[in-house]
Design a protein around this ligand. Structure first.
Ligand code: NAD
Ligand code: IPM
Ligand code: MN
Length: 366
């Protein structure tokens, strides 16, 4: 991830809790962020933005006109909880806001780390923390998500639906390059690209050509390829084989829920939607889990780990590391919500994480 040098210029953060448990987990993420901000005297200014299903149902508005320009020009980062509400079955507001931000700000890297914080959380037999430790670079601006297509003779027996996947050379190349650059920067030895080029002879053949051409530029890194069906099998059989995975938008969505399961579940999976050098967006991998909304049972750790990714991106490396350590220690101490086997509530986990961040001993607390 890009780390800008920390300086005293104010960094404005847009906080969009969204719907369902997005609200619950974002409150805890902000609690932890506030403590970190105070402890390291960070120049953060949080602005809560209440765009959600309630507001859409009341006003019909999703992403207001001018919002993307404002994010780009006036904000350093965006923190999102989750979007999705059973009263909006077509996901109109979620599509406009969430995908609107990913596409509109051209956040082409969806960076999703798969990290096992305690081996007791892994559903696989005999796997250690070292075995489950890789990252997925999910392409985030094209593929099956572009909404190109249509319906013909809708509602009749002859109806036809077309949903196209789009891949541009530029889009494919920049995500593949980002994966290799990250591998090189972070000292990884391996990158694996997953596609379905045995069937998708046009789009995924482009991925093949671009991947092997870019791989040649990174001769110290071992480049490999798996068809995505085989990737899902290998992620279960041998997760230790992976360091950096790069794949298209839809496959990345699917394999990162699988990856989350290897870490202990969706409650602990974080993501960063990045365009290096520009305003980026951070969110847990999970959705709005409507049945848990407002029950104080949702795990806030995925949201808090997303705050850690955000702090790192904003150049506050030490704060980012301490926030991640807070999650790690809480899990190891059994201070978790029920999804991870513990008995704490959402707010109690948030309190424990905030207390850790406030008190953790660090080598040089600037
Ligand atoms: P989901 O991630 O909301 O929940 C699936 C299940 O995972 C939950 O029932 C729960 O058992 C578990 N879970 C998820 N997050 C948890 C947490 N923080 N703590 C404890 N358990 C957790 O997925 P879904 O049920 O498929 O989708 C619900 C809604 O969310 C839909 O509208 C969907 O489109 C939307 N969604 C939004 C996002 C997003 O905003 N980024 C991501 C995925 C799904
Ligand atoms: C995710 C989600 C989203 C996606 C949905 C809610 C549009 O599943 O962030 O993983 O498919 O990207
Ligand atoms: Mn998903």
């Amino acid at each position: 991830m890009a780390s800008a040098p920390s300086d005293r210029r104010p960094q404005r953060i847009a906080v969009l809790p969204g719907d369902g448990i997005g609200v619950d987990v974002t409150a805890e993420a902000v609690k932890v962020l506030d403590v970190a901000s105070e402890r390291w005297n960070l120049p953060l200014e949080l602005v809560e933005i209440p765009w959600n299903a309630d507001r859409y149902l009341e006003t019909g508005e999703t992403l207001p006109a001018g919002a993307l320009d404002a994010f780009r020009d006036e904000y350093s980062a965006i923190l999102i909880g989750a979007y999705g509400d059973p009263r909006v079955p077509d996901m109109k507001h979620a599509g406009d806001i969430l995908l609107g931000i990913r596409f509109g700000l051209d956040l082409y890297i969806n960076f999703r780390p798969i990290r096992l914080y305690d081996e007791r959380l892994c559903p696989l037999k005999g796997k250690t923390r070292d075995d489950v430790n890789f990252v997925v670079f999910r392409e985030n601006t094209e593929g099956a998500y572009v909404g190109v297509g249509g319906q013909f003779k809708r509602g009749t027996l002859d109806e036809i639906a077309v949903q196209e996947s789009l891949y541009s050379r530029k889009g494919v190349e920049r995500i593949i390059r980002a994966a290799f650059e990250y591998a090189e920067r972070e000292g990884h030895r391996k990158v694996c690209m997953a596609d379905k080029s045995n069937v998708m002879q046009h789009g995924h053949e482009l991925w093949q050509r671009v991947y092997w051409a870019v791989a040649e530029e990174y001769s110290e890194i071992e480049a490999s390829h798996l068809f995505v069906d085989a990737l899902t099998m290998q992620m279960i059989r041998k997760p230790e084989a992976f360091e950096v995975i790069v794949t298209n938008n839809m496959f990345g969505d699917i394999v990162t829920d699988l990856g989350a399961a290897l870490q202990g579940g969706l409650g602990v999976a974080a993501s960063a939607n990045l365009h290096p050098g520009q305003t980026s967006m951070f969110e847990p991998v999970h959705g709005s889990a409507p049945k848990y909304a407002g029950t104080n049972r949702a795990n806030p750790m995925g949201a808090v780990l997303s705050v850690s990714l955000m702090l790192d991106d904003l150049g506050h490396r030490q704060a980012a590391e301490v926030v991640e350590a807070a999650v790690e220690r809480s899990i190891q101490a059994g201070n978790t919500t029920a999804d991870l086997g513990g008995s704490l509530s959402t707010t109690e986990v948030g309190d424990a994480l905030a207390a850790f961040v406030a008190d953790a001993v660090v080598a040089d607390s600037r």
